[in-house]
Design a protein around this ligand. Structure first.
Ligand SMILES: [Zn+2]
Length: 189
């Protein structure tokens, strides 16, 4: 093809790619599974942990698939000190930072599934209950449970299915940084 046609084809491909990226940011009610692409190139020590966390979230929900290195909805980083945290830019999109020092104290898989939980629309819930994934560090270093509760998993499914009220959706899907999750003071509520 001549160079002009080739440029047009490249532009069309870029547009198609951008459109695909928006399907997660603005999920429409649908029964088909939506794919969140995560990238572990900046967290080589935790790539295996991220894969396990992806399987846990896929199995716990009925409309989500998390796939490694097919795109960059979710970038995972490893840092040293300062605390693990999540930076959600929109539902299903953002960055997760795993603090290697905290991951040596707390279960790294629980940290990973918890921080991804923020990207999937869940807030912190520091009630000290190890059965609650979003209780995070409040459940102590002995808590290694990496699974969301049924209620937590169902909320994520509902968020991606678009079945919650607009008010509930807007409080769970916007840009937000979830800092200081690990460790956390024990609080109730
Ligand atoms: Zn948290």
């Amino acid at each position: 093809m001549n160079s002009r046609v080739k440029r047009l084809a490249v532009a069309a491909l870029a547009t198609a790619t951008a459109t695909l990226g928006l399907t997660v940011a603005n999920p429409a009610p649908a029964s088909a599974a939506m794919t969140i692409c995560y990238n572990t190139s900046q967290a080589p020590s935790y790539a295996g942990i991220a894969n396990q966390a992806a399987s846990i979230w896929k199995n716990a929900t009925n409309n989500l698939t998390l796939t490694a290195n097919c795109g960059t909805n979710l970038r995972i980083y490893q840092i040293t000190g300062g605390g693990s945290y999540a930076q959600r830019t929109s539902l299903g999109n953002g960055r997760v930072y795993i603090d290697t020092q905290q991951a040596a104290q707390y279960s790294p898989l629980r940290i990973m599934t918890h921080e991804i939980g923020h990207i999937l629309g869940l807030p912190d819930n520091y009630n000290g209950n190890c059965a609650i994934l979003m209780s995070g560090g409040s459940a102590g270093t002995s808590c290694t449970n990496p699974y969301p509760s049924t209620a937590e998993a169902n909320r994520v499914t509902s968020l991606f299915a678009g079945t919650l009220s607009a008010g509930e959706r807007s409080s769970s899907t916007g840009s937000q940084v979830f800092k200081d999750s690990w460790p956390a003071l024990l609080t109730v509520g």
